[in-house]
Design a binder for this molecule. Structure first.
Ligand code: SF4
Length: 370
């Protein structure tokens, strides 16, 4: 069912399409303390890189800093996609944080195309309205206004795209964006995650497992939200938002146009948390992933993912142990060493140097009973 006349607001600084791998909704700047200079490498510690160039090793890796990665990277929260990248290779995800900007041009182009397909789908259900923002509180207010509108749409049986989710998991705040939510003919709430593919073929098992993990995490957080397990206090604690701060004039005007009588972020938060718990939205019943070819925008295939909560929680606990500083990052297991072949950090990766790789392991294998 397509909605008409619905609008989604986007802040001028957080369009929701600037992120790396999917439509995670807040820009990176908002996850970090404003004064942060993320893990700037020290010139006195260097590793050989590609083409003989040197790559600096961050200070903390030399044992001079005992703070947790959350502190070192000045992160207030993580994206769901941070954890799904970690699922592929934790060490690779860490290099991505330590050495930002090392994305190859072709990889950036792939992400741009993927974002365009996401945007085209989103425009099918609503228009985008740009709102100038003046603070991080305004940025969150825009998300909350969008959520209020989408909760109403879902309540009336409609479908929504780019639904923000957030919640504390293992002591860390996780945020993300669900691509699409709609009801099936049987009345089940279905999540659809769109994955765009550069090649017109379905992904390997390892990639699919990463995608399964991502959508399972979305369900886990969404269900907690509608079941009243996510609190405003937890959100404020992690994000360091100031709920009493008055909204900026543009956001305020937009809220009033939408019929919301609010003056501060706190007012809006109260409305959102009330709507989430009183709207009788169900937990997500079905997790579906659609793989679409970027070049032709045709559907390559789709699959239904079974939700295994215990397995998911164990994995998240393991990943969070890294973020809160309880363990060092790990690279891929020896049987997945084939992932290193296409890794941008292969030349500097200490983990890779430490594993003995047989030639046959440099190619992916499909396991039958994973
Ligand atoms: S080289 Fe291999 S182990 Fe190292 S970061 Fe890349 S994929 Fe991970």
């Amino acid at each position: 069912m397509a909605e008409t006349g619905e609008e989604k607001t986007v802040s001028t600084e957080a369009s929701g399409f600037s992120d790396m791998s999917d439509s995670e909704f807040l820009d990176l700047e908002d996850t970090q303390e404003l004064s942060a200079s993320p893990c700037k490498p020290s010139p006195s510690s260097e590793l050989p890189g590609k083409d003989g160039k040197v790559t600096s090793l961050p200070k903390w890796k030399r044992g001079l800093d005992v703070s947790s990665p959350m502190e070192r990277f000045h992160l207030k929260y993580l994206y769901v996609t941070d954890l799904s990248t970690q699922h592929w290779c934790e060490q690779q995800m860490v290099y991505g944080k330590e050495l930002p900007g090392s994305l190859a041009p072709e990889e950036a182009a792939v992400l741009d195309t993927g974002a365009s397909i996401h945007l085209a789908r989103e425009l099918e259900v609503h228009d985008l309205v740009t709102i100038p923002i003046t603070s991080k509180e305004d940025t969150w207010a825009v998300k909350f206004l969008n959520m209020l509108s989408m909760i109403t749409t879902l309540q009336s049986g409609g479908h929504v795209r780019e639904f923000p989710v957030f919640g504390e998991v293992e002591g860390v705040l996780l945020v993300g964006v669900i691509d699409e939510l709609h009801y099936t003919a049987k009345g089940e709430l279905e999540l659809v995650e769109l994955k765009t593919r550069r090649s017109p073929v379905l992904p390997l098992d390892a990639q699919r497992k990463k995608d399964h993990f991502q959508v399972s995490l979305y369900k886990y957080i969404f269900d907690a939200m509608v079941q009243g397990k996510v609190t405003a206090a937890s959100l404020i604690h992690h994000t360091k938002l100031h709920p009493e701060k008055p909204l900026g004039p543009s956001v305020l005007k937009h809220a009033q146009q939408g019929g919301f009588s609010v003056t501060s972020l706190g007012d809006l938060m109260e409305l959102v948390f009330l709507s989430l718990t009183l709207s009788d939205l169900p937990a997500i019943d079905i997790l579906k992933i659609e793989y679409v070819h970027q070049g032709t925008a045709t559907l390559l295939g789709s699959e239904i993912v079974s939700f295994e909560e215990k397995k998911l929680r164990n994995k998240v606990r393991h990943y969070m142990a890294y973020w809160v500083g309880h363990r060092e990052p790990q690279g891929v297991d020896v049987e997945e060493a084939w992932k290193c072949r296409t890794c941008s950090y292969a030349d500097i990766c200490e983990w890779r140097k430490g594993i003995r790789v047989h030639r046959s392991m440099l190619w992916p294998h499909t396991k039958k009973n994973e």
